[in-house]
Design a protein around this ligand. Structure first.
Ligand SMILES: Nc1ncnc2c1ncn2[C@@H]1O[C@H](COP(=O)(O)OP(=O)(O)OP(=O)(O)O)[C@@H](O)[C@H]1O
Length: 236
Protein backbone atom coordinates (compact mmCIF):
# COMPACT_ATOMS: atom_id res chain seq x y z
CA UNK A 1 0.00 0.00 0.00
CA UNK A 2 2.79 2.47 0.88
CA UNK A 3 5.47 2.41 -1.74
CA UNK A 4 8.73 4.33 -1.92
CA UNK A 5 10.99 4.25 -4.98
CA UNK A 6 14.50 5.65 -5.26
CA UNK A 7 13.89 8.28 -2.60
CA UNK A 8 16.50 11.00 -2.26
CA UNK A 9 16.41 13.63 0.50
CA UNK A 10 19.03 16.28 1.27
CA UNK A 11 19.56 18.86 3.97
CA UNK A 12 21.37 21.55 2.00
CA UNK A 13 24.55 19.89 0.78
CA UNK A 14 24.14 16.85 3.02
CA UNK A 15 22.48 13.95 1.25
CA UNK A 16 20.73 12.09 4.09
CA UNK A 17 18.83 9.55 1.99
CA UNK A 18 20.47 8.43 -1.27
CA UNK A 19 18.30 5.93 -2.98
CA UNK A 20 15.82 4.18 -0.74
CA UNK A 21 13.07 1.92 -2.05
CA UNK A 22 10.68 0.13 0.26
CA UNK A 23 7.17 -1.28 0.48
CA UNK A 24 4.81 -1.43 3.42
CA UNK A 25 1.97 -3.87 2.84
CA UNK A 26 -1.42 -3.71 4.48
CA UNK A 27 -1.51 -5.25 7.96
CA UNK A 28 2.25 -5.58 8.32
CA UNK A 29 4.74 -4.25 10.81
CA UNK A 30 7.71 -3.17 8.73
CA UNK A 31 10.80 -1.88 10.51
CA UNK A 32 13.69 0.31 9.51
CA UNK A 33 16.80 -0.43 11.48
CA UNK A 34 20.31 0.91 11.23
CA UNK A 35 22.91 2.93 13.09
CA UNK A 36 22.68 6.62 14.05
CA UNK A 37 22.49 8.90 11.06
CA UNK A 38 21.46 6.11 8.65
CA UNK A 39 18.49 8.14 7.40
CA UNK A 40 15.62 6.42 9.25
CA UNK A 41 13.98 9.54 10.73
CA UNK A 42 14.56 11.43 7.49
CA UNK A 43 12.65 8.73 5.60
CA UNK A 44 9.70 8.94 8.02
CA UNK A 45 9.63 12.74 7.85
CA UNK A 46 9.73 12.62 4.05
CA UNK A 47 6.72 10.26 4.02
CA UNK A 48 4.80 12.74 6.23
CA UNK A 49 5.57 15.53 3.73
CA UNK A 50 7.74 17.44 6.20
CA UNK A 51 10.88 17.56 4.05
CA UNK A 52 11.53 18.55 0.44
CA UNK A 53 12.36 15.54 -1.73
CA UNK A 54 15.15 15.73 -4.31
CA UNK A 55 14.21 12.56 -6.18
CA UNK A 56 12.07 9.45 -6.30
CA UNK A 57 8.44 8.78 -5.47
CA UNK A 58 6.22 8.07 -2.47
CA UNK A 59 2.75 6.65 -3.13
CA UNK A 60 -0.09 5.40 -0.96
CA UNK A 61 -2.34 3.04 -2.92
CA UNK A 62 -1.03 4.63 -6.13
CA UNK A 63 -1.81 8.17 -4.89
CA UNK A 64 1.21 10.42 -5.32
CA UNK A 65 2.00 11.76 -1.84
CA UNK A 66 4.63 14.16 -3.16
CA UNK A 67 1.80 16.32 -4.47
CA UNK A 68 0.16 16.50 -1.02
CA UNK A 69 0.60 18.82 1.94
CA UNK A 70 1.41 17.31 5.38
CA UNK A 71 -2.21 17.76 6.58
CA UNK A 72 -3.51 15.99 3.45
CA UNK A 73 -1.09 13.11 4.06
CA UNK A 74 -2.40 12.88 7.64
CA UNK A 75 -5.97 12.98 6.33
CA UNK A 76 -5.06 10.11 3.98
CA UNK A 77 -4.26 8.07 7.09
CA UNK A 78 -0.48 8.34 7.51
CA UNK A 79 0.06 9.44 11.10
CA UNK A 80 3.39 9.93 12.87
CA UNK A 81 4.32 8.98 16.42
CA UNK A 82 7.43 11.18 16.47
CA UNK A 83 10.78 10.56 18.10
CA UNK A 84 10.72 12.17 21.55
CA UNK A 85 6.91 11.69 21.65
CA UNK A 86 5.94 15.31 20.97
CA UNK A 87 3.04 15.36 23.38
CA UNK A 88 1.70 18.70 24.63
CA UNK A 89 3.03 18.94 28.22
CA UNK A 90 0.69 21.77 29.24
CA UNK A 91 -2.45 20.00 28.08
CA UNK A 92 -4.13 17.21 30.00
CA UNK A 93 -4.08 13.61 28.81
CA UNK A 94 -7.68 14.04 27.66
CA UNK A 95 -6.86 17.23 25.73
CA UNK A 96 -3.83 15.59 24.13
CA UNK A 97 -6.05 12.75 22.91
CA UNK A 98 -8.63 15.23 21.62
CA UNK A 99 -5.89 17.01 19.66
CA UNK A 100 -5.19 13.73 17.88
CA UNK A 101 -8.79 13.62 16.68
CA UNK A 102 -8.80 17.11 15.17
CA UNK A 103 -9.23 15.77 11.62
CA UNK A 104 -11.95 13.31 12.59
CA UNK A 105 -15.49 14.52 12.06
CA UNK A 106 -17.45 11.38 12.91
CA UNK A 107 -18.33 11.37 16.67
CA UNK A 108 -18.90 7.61 16.46
CA UNK A 109 -15.41 6.94 15.10
CA UNK A 110 -14.00 9.29 17.74
CA UNK A 111 -15.70 7.28 20.48
CA UNK A 112 -14.52 3.98 18.99
CA UNK A 113 -10.97 5.25 18.70
CA UNK A 114 -11.01 6.50 22.28
CA UNK A 115 -12.26 3.13 23.46
CA UNK A 116 -9.46 1.44 21.52
CA UNK A 117 -6.90 3.70 23.23
CA UNK A 118 -8.38 3.06 26.68
CA UNK A 119 -8.37 -0.71 26.11
CA UNK A 120 -4.74 -0.61 25.00
CA UNK A 121 -3.60 1.78 27.71
CA UNK A 122 -5.73 1.67 30.90
CA UNK A 123 -2.93 3.70 32.49
CA UNK A 124 -4.21 6.72 30.55
CA UNK A 125 -7.80 6.34 31.77
CA UNK A 126 -6.61 6.76 35.36
CA UNK A 127 -4.76 9.93 34.39
CA UNK A 128 -7.15 11.69 32.01
CA UNK A 129 -6.98 14.99 33.90
CA UNK A 130 -3.23 14.92 34.55
CA UNK A 131 -0.92 17.27 32.64
CA UNK A 132 0.91 15.50 29.82
CA UNK A 133 4.17 16.89 31.17
CA UNK A 134 3.64 15.18 34.53
CA UNK A 135 3.47 11.67 33.07
CA UNK A 136 6.38 9.23 33.22
CA UNK A 137 8.32 8.57 30.01
CA UNK A 138 6.42 5.33 29.40
CA UNK A 139 3.05 6.98 29.97
CA UNK A 140 4.04 9.80 27.61
CA UNK A 141 4.89 7.23 24.96
CA UNK A 142 1.48 5.61 25.50
CA UNK A 143 -0.12 9.04 25.15
CA UNK A 144 1.80 9.75 21.94
CA UNK A 145 0.64 6.44 20.48
CA UNK A 146 -2.89 7.00 21.79
CA UNK A 147 -3.05 10.46 20.27
CA UNK A 148 -1.95 9.05 16.91
CA UNK A 149 -4.63 6.34 17.12
CA UNK A 150 -7.25 9.06 17.67
CA UNK A 151 -6.44 10.26 14.13
CA UNK A 152 -7.80 7.02 12.69
CA UNK A 153 -4.52 5.93 11.09
CA UNK A 154 -4.18 3.51 8.22
CA UNK A 155 -0.41 3.57 8.72
CA UNK A 156 1.42 4.61 11.88
CA UNK A 157 4.94 5.94 11.43
CA UNK A 158 6.60 5.18 14.77
CA UNK A 159 10.02 6.66 15.45
CA UNK A 160 12.02 4.95 18.19
CA UNK A 161 9.18 4.13 20.62
CA UNK A 162 11.64 2.41 22.99
CA UNK A 163 13.91 5.43 23.34
CA UNK A 164 14.85 6.29 26.92
CA UNK A 165 12.50 3.74 28.50
CA UNK A 166 13.26 1.00 31.03
CA UNK A 167 13.19 -2.55 29.60
CA UNK A 168 9.95 -3.48 31.36
CA UNK A 169 8.21 -0.40 29.94
CA UNK A 170 9.61 -1.11 26.48
CA UNK A 171 8.08 -4.56 26.69
CA UNK A 172 4.73 -3.01 27.63
CA UNK A 173 4.89 -0.63 24.66
CA UNK A 174 5.80 -3.39 22.22
CA UNK A 175 2.98 -5.60 23.49
CA UNK A 176 0.64 -2.72 22.67
CA UNK A 177 2.25 -2.36 19.23
CA UNK A 178 1.58 -6.01 18.52
CA UNK A 179 -2.13 -5.40 19.31
CA UNK A 180 -2.30 -2.17 17.29
CA UNK A 181 -1.27 -4.06 14.17
CA UNK A 182 -4.76 -5.58 14.29
CA UNK A 183 -6.33 -2.99 12.04
CA UNK A 184 -3.41 -0.61 11.63
CA UNK A 185 -0.29 -1.02 9.51
CA UNK A 186 2.95 0.10 11.15
CA UNK A 187 6.23 1.43 9.80
CA UNK A 188 8.57 1.31 12.77
CA UNK A 189 12.00 2.88 13.20
CA UNK A 190 14.08 1.29 15.95
CA UNK A 191 17.68 1.42 17.09
CA UNK A 192 17.10 -1.76 19.03
CA UNK A 193 17.28 -4.13 16.08
CA UNK A 194 16.74 -7.33 17.99
CA UNK A 195 13.60 -6.03 19.65
CA UNK A 196 12.13 -4.62 16.44
CA UNK A 197 12.79 -7.84 14.52
CA UNK A 198 10.91 -9.86 17.13
CA UNK A 199 7.72 -7.92 16.41
CA UNK A 200 8.09 -7.02 12.72
CA UNK A 201 7.13 -8.95 9.60
CA UNK A 202 9.68 -7.42 7.31
CA UNK A 203 12.73 -5.23 7.83
CA UNK A 204 15.01 -2.91 5.92
CA UNK A 205 18.50 -2.25 7.21
CA UNK A 206 19.69 1.26 6.37
CA UNK A 207 23.23 2.52 6.39
CA UNK A 208 24.49 5.89 5.10
CA UNK A 209 21.09 6.65 3.58
CA UNK A 210 20.79 3.40 1.64
CA UNK A 211 19.11 0.03 2.08
CA UNK A 212 21.97 -2.41 2.63
CA UNK A 213 19.91 -5.44 3.58
CA UNK A 214 16.25 -6.45 3.61
CA UNK A 215 14.18 -9.52 4.29
CA UNK A 216 11.58 -11.09 6.53
CA UNK A 217 12.21 -10.23 10.16
CA UNK A 218 12.69 -13.93 10.88
CA UNK A 219 15.32 -14.31 8.17
CA UNK A 220 17.23 -11.33 9.55
CA UNK A 221 17.02 -12.70 13.07
CA UNK A 222 18.43 -15.96 11.74
CA UNK A 223 21.40 -14.14 10.23
CA UNK A 224 22.36 -12.71 13.58
CA UNK A 225 26.02 -12.42 12.66
CA UNK A 226 25.11 -10.16 9.81
CA UNK A 227 22.92 -8.00 12.01
CA UNK A 228 25.50 -7.74 14.76
CA UNK A 229 28.09 -6.84 12.15
CA UNK A 230 25.97 -3.79 11.36
CA UNK A 231 24.92 -2.91 14.85
CA UNK A 232 27.68 -4.11 17.13
CA UNK A 233 26.36 -3.96 20.68
CA UNK A 234 22.96 -2.59 19.71
CA UNK A 235 21.60 -5.91 18.44
CA UNK A 236 21.93 -7.62 21.77
N1 LIG B 1 17.96 18.96 10.26
C1 LIG B 1 19.07 18.45 9.73
N2 LIG B 1 19.99 19.24 9.12
C2 LIG B 1 21.10 18.72 8.58
N3 LIG B 1 21.42 17.41 8.58
C3 LIG B 1 20.55 16.58 9.17
C4 LIG B 1 19.33 17.04 9.78
N4 LIG B 1 18.68 15.96 10.29
C5 LIG B 1 19.44 14.89 10.00
N5 LIG B 1 20.55 15.25 9.34
C6 LIG B 1 21.60 14.36 8.84
O1 LIG B 1 21.00 13.44 7.97
C7 LIG B 1 21.53 12.14 8.15
C8 LIG B 1 20.40 11.15 8.50
O2 LIG B 1 19.85 11.49 9.75
P1 LIG B 1 18.57 10.76 10.37
O3 LIG B 1 18.17 11.51 11.60
O4 LIG B 1 17.56 10.56 9.32
O5 LIG B 1 19.18 9.36 10.77
P2 LIG B 1 18.60 8.24 11.72
O6 LIG B 1 18.90 6.96 11.03
O7 LIG B 1 17.18 8.53 12.03
O8 LIG B 1 19.49 8.38 13.01
P3 LIG B 1 19.11 8.58 14.54
O9 LIG B 1 18.84 7.24 15.04
O10 LIG B 1 20.33 9.20 15.11
O11 LIG B 1 17.90 9.50 14.57
C9 LIG B 1 22.59 12.26 9.23
O12 LIG B 1 23.83 12.42 8.60
C10 LIG B 1 22.21 13.51 9.96
O13 LIG B 1 23.32 14.15 10.52
Amino acid sequence: MLSIHNLKVSYGNIVAVHNISLQVRNGQIVCLIGPNGAGKTTTLRAISGLLPISGGSITLNEIDLLKKQPHQIAKAGIIPVPEGRGIFPQLTVKENLEMGAYLEDSPKRKRNNLERVFTLFPELVERLNHWGGNLSGGQQQMLAIGRALMANPKILLMDEPSMGLAPIVVERIFQAISKIRDGTTILLVEQNANLALQYADYAYVLEHGEVVLQGSAQSLLDTEDLVSAYFGGIAT
